[in-house]
Design a protein around this ligand. Structure first.
Ligand SMILES: *Cc1c(COP(=O)(O)O)cnc(C)c1O
Length: 825
């Protein structure tokens, strides 16, 4: 990588390299990359603090003793110094010392909550958890993205319509602690004076905790400044454990409604007979700093500011240096690629550039050469072993994480109800990471820290030795073939209608089958037997639609129902246990699906169960059989190669076979017993036999031609729908000549599908019954195509059409989309 040093920062870097060992002895042998968490404190700061403490006596303020007077005057000076650090005029601002940024936020909330009519609250989606929590105290609350805030800035209050005159609080981070994104400070000014809104005052709360670590915060223009600014000093200086709430004095009125008073906040209190007190009211901080101040911490702040200035110069210098390092880290991580040219790091932080000024934070995740996510817990363990201090996980930024990782609220709830918690090892669920890796830089970071980290990621996660078969399209274009995936269908509820995967949508494929396929079924309330379309053809008229955005499975019934019945219902995708009957009641009694005894979770909702019972006229319940179950909550594939598919069979199948005409001299079972074993261990959900079922259009066309030729009574073409396949494979367009012979799928041993050439193993032909005669549009039964199939496609007394398959790619969760190229072998 580029080891050249930027002239502007090499002086700074050399200086820090020179005192690093001396000032940070506790960091020996390690690299600290968690500055937005806490910065390490330099040794000279601790030394000077100890010197101050051992040479001066600091007493409790508010008395006349010299020790008390000394404390009071030091604190007054430091309060002023803090304001000066942020360029804030004491005439316009006051500093309230608090334990940390969160405590500052709580002081503001306590005051607004006490307003006669409460307050409304809006917060930016990149907010830290400590800002998000405010919503629990507000009358109305909204989480806004950039666009919505910008609309507000131009005068469209997001609360319009509520039309209340209670105060509004708008909070946002100056810099996201998740990915370093920075947000405009001008928001405070414009939103406060949002004149078009009829609402009363809007107050702004700026969370500057992450921002101030690497950038000077300038409050010199009082009109532009936020009403409330919160921060934690330990994040800038490493010590002391102290924070501040900086209040614009024009907004002090907010605190007038606070009722509680504590020691140090009143001039006089009368308790006996009368209850009266005189609040101190010259300065806001006198009213808000209850009890004894953290005097030693405040005094340590002085030493901390001295040390910071001595070691690093100004915040401006820190900012320049950290920005330089950020670019180097960002570029370094982006440049690491696997042998197949794929990026190792997926970076969520904005890429630094002339227009983009993010904080010195890189939030990312790692993928292996097969595109599978690497577990955060694994990265953290290895990083720890190698001496890197980084942060992984949800980093207290729920909205930022959700938008970076594309996690929908229901997915987060589902991850939660399936046992995911911050800080557990189970950090990749349903093919998505649940958190990020965060490397953040600060004043004492150096070029060698950055380079060491980039080298570490490359050393352990870059894969330069990729089997050529899997070294894919980015280097070598996929083999041209005219065969593609023509459609993809999911049957969320066993035996009910299909849901067609829309074009341009990547659909996840799991070992058990396509995501959400046959995860639900309807079970008879009396026998527990899973209902099948064979007996209840009207099930074809139950039409499910997955809405992953809303986290719902919508279900419509398109047949005739009694007028009292709803036509549609929506079922949450969440696995929240409260949706299901608790185990050990009727609902957990075992059910039967295709001869297997299983345990499925039945829904408690009578609305849901009545909908299905009413539609079908059968007392039934909806049940769910999610992936990952054990014991009776799991099933295994039964598909296997059929005799007619074995190598000795020649020629393939255009000649009709008669019952019993099958030659008897072939091996009794497939030769590869490994394949046989893995087939037995292959899990499925509620599909009949195998994870995925595919059919080909050339075979369907041949079947339709045969039906026409034999002059059967059947009118019209047999639709591919009757075979209830997941994947329909065919020529890229109806006009291209069929690139394959009919029924050649019986001879395929595997398929590669899509740009990533995901590998699928063929598991044998699919045996058919007369259910293929149910018209999936009308639920009417006919006799075709079963009659023609049994004449042309019968082997050993059984009728076959279509093939079973399963994904074998090592990739965590490959995906398919309509139009993907199919390459058989
Ligand atoms: C660290 C941080 C906080 C919380 O600070 P505390 O000191 O824990 O109260 C809030 N917001 C941001 C952006 C932070 O980085």
């Amino acid at each position: 990588m580029d080891k050249s040093k930027d002239a502007a920062t090499s002086g700074y870097n050399a200086k820090v390299e020179a005192f690093r060992e001396e000032e940070y002895p506790m960091l020996k042998g390690s690299v600290y990359l968690d500055h937005a968490g806490t910065t390490p404190y330099p040794k000279s700061l601790m030394d000077s603090f100890v010197r101050d403490m051992t040479s001066n006596l600091y007493g409790n303020p508010h008395s006349g003793s010299s020790s008390s007077q000394l404390t009071t005057s030091r604190i007054e000076d430091i309060r002023l110094r803090v304001l000066q650090f942020f360029n804030a005029d004491p005439a316009d601002f006051d500093v309230v010392f608090v334990a940390n940024a969160t405590a500052g936020i709580k002081l503001v909330v306590d005051a607004l909550r006490a307003a006669p009519d409460g307050f409304d609250y809006a917060y930016h989606q990149a907010s830290h958890t400590s800002l998000v929590g405010i919503r629990e105290e507000a009358r109305n609350s909204l989480c806004l993205d950039d666009r919505q805030v910008e609309e507000w800035v131009t005068g469209q209050s997001p609360f319009e319509g509520h039309g209340e005159d209670r105060p509004t609080l708008f909070a946002y981070p100056a810099q996201s602690n998740m990915d370093g994104s920075r947000f405009p400070l001008r928001w405070s000014e414009t939103i406060r004076w949002d004149t078009k809104s009829s609402r009363s005052r809007t107050y702004t709360l700026l969370d500057a905790a992450a921002y101030v670590c690497s950038l000077p915060l300038d409050l010199s223009c009082v009109e532009k400044a936020p009403d409330f600014t919160v921060l934690s000093f330990y994040k800038i200086f490493g010590f002391p454990d102290l924070g501040a709430l900086i209040v614009r004095r024009q907004a002090e009125e907010v605190f007038n409604t606070s009722k509680y008073f504590g020691g140090g906040t009143v001039d006089m209190v009368v308790c006996l007979k009368e209850q009266w007190h005189a609040p101190r009211n010259q300065f806001l901080h006198e009213r808000l700093e209850h009890g004894t101040l953290p005097i030693h911490n405040i005094i340590a702040l002085d030493a901390a500011m001295d040390a910071h200035q001595r070691l690093f110069g100004s915040m401006k210098a820190v900012s320049k240096h950290t920005r330089f390092l950020l670019k180097r880290l960002d570029r370094g991580l982006r440049s690491i690629r696997h042998g197949n040219d794929r990026h190792v790091c997926t970076i969520y932080s904005p890429e630094p550039g002339p227009q983009v000024d993010g904080g010195p934070v890189v939030a990312f995740n790692i993928r292996n050469s097969q595109n599978a996510w690497v577990s955060l817990a694994e990265v953290e363990k290895l990083a720890t072993l190698k001496g890197f201090h980084i942060r992984t996980g949800g980093v207290c930024n729920p909205g930022g994480i959700a938008s970076a990782l594309g996690l929908e609220p229901w997915e987060m709830r589902q991850n939660f109800s399936s046992g995911f918690r911050c800080g557990t090892d189970n950090d990749i669920t349903a093919g998505k990471p649940t958190g990020i890796i965060r490397a953040s830089l600060g004043a004492m970071s150096t070029i060698s820290d950055v380079d060491a980290f980039v080298d570490f990621i490359a050393e352990f996660y870059q894969d330069l030795t990729i089997p050529p078969a899997l070294a894919v399209p980015t280097i070598s274009p996929p083999i041209r073939t005219d065969l593609v995936v023509r459609s993809i269908s999911i049957y969320p509820i066993k035996s009910c209608g299909h849901f067609q995967v829309p074009p341009r949508v990547d659909w996840e494929v799991r070992p058990e089958g396509l995501a959400w396929d046959r995860e639900w079924c309807l079970v008879h309330q009396g026998t527990g037997q899973a209902l099948s379309q064979k007996r209840y053809p009207k099930m074809a008229l139950i039409r499910p639609a997955l809405d992953l955005g809303r986290g719902e499975l919508g279900v419509r019934y398109i047949g005739e129902t009694g007028s009292h019945l709803p036509r549609e219902i929506s079922i949450p995708l969440s696995k929240n246990p409260s949706l299901f009957r608790p185990p050990a009641t009727l609902g957990s009694r075992s059910s039967r699906v295709c001869g297997d005894e299983i345990l499925a979770q039945t829904y408690v909702s009578t609305e849901i169960n009545d909908f299905f019972s009413g539609a079908l006229g059968v007392p039934c319940m909806l049940a769910r059989f999610p992936p990952g179950g054990q014991g009776k909550s799991m099933r295994h594939s039964k598909a296997h190669l059929q005799k007619h598919q074995l190598p000795l069979v020649t020629p393939i199948l255009k000649t009709p076979h008669l019952p019993g005409s099958f030659p008897g001299d072939r091996p009794p079972s497939p030769p590869d017993s490994d394949t046989e074993r893995s087939a037995q261990e292959r899990r499925i959900l509620l599909s009949n036999e195998s994870p995925i079922l595919a059919i080909t259009l050339p075979s369907l066309n041949a079947l339709n031609a045969e039906i026409r030729r034999t002059g059967s009574k059947h009118r019209g073409e047999i639709s591919p729908d009757v075979f209830r396949a997941n994947i329909v494979i065919g020529p890229a367009s109806d006009t291209t000549r069929a690139p394959i012979e009919p029924y050649v799928e019986d001879t395929w041993s595997d398929l590669r599908i899509g740009d990533d050439a995901h590998k699928f193993e063929m598991l044998g032909s699919c045996r058919r019954c007369h259910m293929v005669c149910i018209n999936q549009e009308t639920a009417e039964k006919g006799e075709e195509p079963f009659v023609t199939l049994s004449k042309t496609r019968r082997f050993d007394g059984k009728v076959f059409f279509g093939v079973h398959m399963a994904v074998t790619s090592k990739t965590q969760f490959p995906s398919l989309r309509v139009g993907d190229v199919v390459v058989p072998s």
